[in-house]
Design a protein around this ligand. Sequence first.
Ligand SMILES: [Zn+2]
Ligand SMILES: [Zn+2]
Length: 258
Amino acid sequence: MSRSDSTTFLVPHPPSVDKSVTHAAESGQSCAACFPLTVGDGDCVDRDTLLSSQNGGCTICSFFITAITTAVGSTALWKHASTWIDKGILGLTIAKTEPYDSSCVAVLAINGESGPSPFAWIPTLAKSPYSRTFARDLCMIEEWIQECQQNHPHCQQLSTPTLPTRVIDVGGGGRDPCLVHSQGRAGQYLALSHRWGDPTSHVTKLVTMKENISQHYLGIPLANIPATFRDAIIVARHLRIPYVWIDSLCIVQDDRED
Ligand SMILES: [Zn+2]
Ligand SMILES: [Zn+2]
């Protein structure tokens, strides 16, 4: 087994600690037996030493034994353990018989987003595999929509409702968004609910007026669109929803009738 096929054993939260065991628990500090494993310089620790220290109440010895047992299934399958630190992870290596016959069985890292850890010796991944990314957020939105459509009678909507009078065609594939008149057609759209901001602010707002509506029908360059609107358009594109409704763009702001 090499480093690359080792098991990733992430620690989303500090392992639970038996409150009756005070040794090492509050401080998150190692005992003499497990100390070498918290340093990560490859020094071997005997399994039997770890086991007896675990029985003596060291939660960190117990933690290492749990991690190894989770990876290999039994304490009978190894004799020595050691660790290495590299690129923000702590690798846990076991040897079956002799120290040179070793394989990495687990990679330890604290999920940096779950808060501070008492185990300062486990590297913290600021950008953990649990981190938010655009792709993860999109998956979550898709799951929420699916959940609402399938299981929430109050949320369920027609898959293609009648469009509002005007919507923004989100464009994509090199095509800028543009305002379109729906002519009563049906289609999928996202409605953006947003704060209008301070009415006295001098920041230019993107709104549709009588004077620019024909321009907006031709196209609104993505680069000219404020970030909140742009995010809504980009999310819609990724969700393969062709339209968004944004009040300030889809309602002509200086037309009382509209
Ligand atoms: Zn210990
Ligand atoms: Zn719902």
